[in-house]
Design a protein. Structure first.
Length: 75
């Protein structure tokens, strides 16, 4: 039971990180990690945000190469 909860929380954290990556890509705003104290905590925060960037890139690459998605030309 505890392992399932741990997996669930880890997956939720990845989802939040991926949403933050999407916000950064669409708006240009990102979390300011310079506000986080130097050292291990900042490194963990940057790594956490980097995981979201990686997942976002994988999702975006899948969508671009999929026949089920098309570019929105209304912009």
């Amino acid at each position: 039971m505890a392992l399932g909860k741990l997996f669930h929380y880890a997956l939720d954290a990845v989802f939040v990180s991926t949403v933050l990556a999407g916000v950064r890509r669409s708006s240009g705003f990102r979390p300011d990690t310079t506000q986080v104290p130097e050292g291990t905590v900042r490194t963990v925060a940057d790594t956490y945000l980097g995981v979201g960037e990686t997942i976002f890139d994988m999702i975006q690459g899948t969508a671009v190469n999929s026949e089920y998605f098309k570019r929105d030309t209304r912009r």
